[in-house]
Design a protein around this ligand. Structure first.
Ligand SMILES: [Zn+2]
Ligand SMILES: [Zn+2]
Length: 60
């Protein structure tokens, strides 16, 4: 799941719009289907960290 950094909308990666069409190369950013904000790809380390926090139940 990706959480849009602009509107906070959560969407599965496959639902996002890939590529901004401006880079001229394979863009790894995923656009929010709601507001079209270009979310930078999430580093794997950060994802793993989030998973640990969620398991701990101490998020927020
Ligand atoms: Zn959004
Ligand atoms: Zn791009």
């Amino acid at each position: 799941m990706i959480r849009c950094g602009f509107c906070g909308h959560e969407f599965p990666e496959e639902e996002g719009i890939r590529g901004c069409g401006r880079c001229g190369k394979t863009c790894r950013s995923v656009r929010c289907p709601k507001c079209f904000y270009e979310n930078p790809p999430e580093p794997k380390v950060l994802k793993a960290l989030k998973g640990i926090l969620k398991k701990d139940g101490k998020t927020r």
